[in-house]
Design a protein. Structure first.
Length: 557
């Protein structure tokens, strides 16, 4: 059932109140409904993004070079940030959950095996194929020294926008009430028990309080953290240790290109292009084994072959220049890709439009035929191809890296003095990388280069002198889309905001479900693991529902 905040006087009560209808909230609501529970799914936005709700996401950026504008990194609408999502599905690796002395603060209070059991459910929900992310050929290895793998896959969903996939199902569910246009502005706790009694909801015309039995915040990493910072301000005795953890350790990923991979045999690129498996696209990557990462004391990282930067006309490719011109034209580019992707491909100015036009004019027939094929594969075929790779006879391709970022206290979010239109303090974001992140990336490149050369598969051609590589990595370092770590998971209140079951320490019926609970960022995009965590949480909540309900009734008496 779908209702709108502006049309109701009383908010219905359900077994569970899930705040946020992005991938995490939708998955959790559907799973709880399948367990036979009623769910109130609260969404700040409407069926589609609007300018008024977009304005609510604005935050102060203290380092604009490293963090994307929050209004294009977050989305308030049914489907959440899947409106901007590229569809890449990647699980976390075993090493991400283990103790690593050289990566302090990254250990999870749950194990890798506790999460892998939910991968098949996450894959089914995201429609990315199976929950298995490996495919032969096996490891390319130098026994006892270096192990490089190309068996690990990233999978892609053809249904990137979950609004199209799940709105009808949620709206027609007898167990789920979808409340649109209601923004959470406050949470009210019993100071002695830590029981959530009510939440405050508002739009620009009215505000009200709603009773809840169990409340789960699935508002995205930044918004979930903002609500928790407000809660800490009100209830310092319930969250006594939060000052040391809450809002701190803000992570994303460090990514970019500092080298090209040159294959000794050009046909080796066939291993690294997109391919279909049972109707779903996948792609191989270079990854380092757990043993190599630990032995070399490296942060987790993955590499994949890519096109050269679109905006640099020196690539000489007519089709890449044509794609760049389309993306650089906002009214066209915004229809083709999300704004964040568009901005990253358009690149920094000043732009050399004349050089791009020369590239196109040199081979107009080839550009036209390639453009028609690209448009068909990317937008008209089923499944839609998630990207493209322009082949070349020399076997030389850009090498993209996507690597882990260490949690540090000098990367954080806090409340600012400015209020949003609903009277809630906005966030101030100070997102920073450390030189350790960049040095790990450079060392991983050297190990990959060593392996390629010794195996005679090829080599890396760097785009800068060795002594400049760390600087180049830091210059490219930017994220803000993967909002991790600011309400981290820990075994006790001194090390985390939530426990291994996502329950907020010091409370009885408040849970957090977003990337902000991740203690480490790994090499993987977070969406797949967030959805897997949603199914795990649903199972836990369903099993604990009688206890939670009894506590709620007792607190209300």
């Amino acid at each position: 059932m779908l209702i709108r905040f502006r049309d109701i006087s009383d908010v219905p009560i359900a077994d569970f109140c899930v705040v946020g209808a992005g991938p995490a909230g939708i998955a959790l609501a559907l799973a709880l409904a399948d367990f036979g529970h009623s769910v109130l799914l609260v969404e700040s936005g409407e069926e589609t993004p609007t300018l008024s709700t977009r304005e609510l996401t604005w935050a102060e950026l203290r380092n604009k070079q490293t963090h994307a504008p929050s209004e294009i990194a977050s989305c308030r609408a049914f489907g959440g940030t899947s409106w901007w999502w590229g569809g890449r599905c990647v699980p976390f690796d075993q090493v991400d959950f283990e103790h690593r002395p050289f990566a302090p603060g990254t250990e999870w209070p749950l194990s890798y095996n506790e999460m892998t059991g939910w991968y098949s459910k996450a894959a089914e929900f995201l429609n990315c194929g199976t929950g298995t992310f490996e495919k032969e050929p096996g490891d390319w290895a130098q026994p006892g020294q270096i192990s490089i793998s190309i068996r690990e896959l990233e999978r892609w969903t053809p249904d990137t926008n979950l609004q199209r996939t799940y709105l009808k199902r949620v709206r027609e569910s007898q167990a789920i009430t979808l409340l649109l246009g209601a923004t959470l502005t406050d949470i009210h706790l019993d100071k002695e028990s830590g029981q959530v009694r009510e939440i405050s909801l508002a739009d620009r015309n009215k505000a009200t309080k709603a009773s809840v039995r169990v409340c789960i915040l699935a508002c995205g990493g930044l918004e979930t953290t903002r609500i928790m910072l407000l809660l800490k301000r009100k209830y310092s005795t319930i969250l006594p240790s939060a000052d040391a953890v809450l809002g701190k350790f803000y992570m994303g990923h460090i990514s970019g290109k500092i080298a090209d991979v040159v294959f000794s045999e050009p046909e080796l690129i066939d291993e690294f292009d997109f391919f279909t498996e049972n109707g779903h696209f996948a792609r191989r990557r270079f990854t380092l084994s757990k043993e190599t990462l630990k032995r070399q004391e490296l942060l987790n990282i993955a590499f994949w072959t890519d096109n050269p930067p679109f905006h640099d006309a020196s690539h000489g490719s007519g089709i890449l220049s044509a794609v760049w011109l389309m993306l650089a034209t906002p009214c066209i580019g915004r229809r083709l890709v999300s704004e964040g992707v568009r901005v990253s491909h358009v690149g920094p100015g000043p732009y050399t439009i004349k050089s791009h036009l020369i590239n196109i004019v040199r081979s107009p027939t080839s550009v036209l035929s390639s453009a028609m094929l690209l448009l068909h594969e990317r937008y008209l075929s089923s499944p839609r191809k998630p990207g493209f790779l322009v082949r070349n006879k020399g076997g030389r391709y850009a090498l993209h890296y996507h690597a882990e970022q260490l949690p540090t206290k000098n990367s954080y979010v806090t409340l600012s003095d400015e209020l949003d239109p609903l009277g809630v303090p906005r966030l101030a974001i100070d997102f920073n990388y450390s030189e350790l992140d960049a040095r790990s990336v450079v060392r991983a490149h050297r190990i990959l280069d060593q392996f390629l050369r010794s195996s005679r598969a090829g080599y890396l051609a760097y785009r800068a002198a060795q002594e400049e590589l760390v600087t180049r990595v830091m210059e490219q370092a930017s994220d803000g889309y993967h909002q991790l770590g600011t309400t981290r998971m820990g075994r006790d209140p001194a090390s985390g905001i939530v426990d291994e079951n996502c329950k907020v320490h010091g409370t009885r019926n408040l849970f957090l479900l977003s990337g902000s609970v991740f203690p480490s960022s790994g090499q993987a995009n977070p969406t797949f693991l967030i959805v897997a965590l949603a199914f795990r949480l649903a199972s836990h909540l369903a099993a604990a529902s009688n206890t939670l309900a009894a506590r709620s009734v007792h607190a209300a008496v």
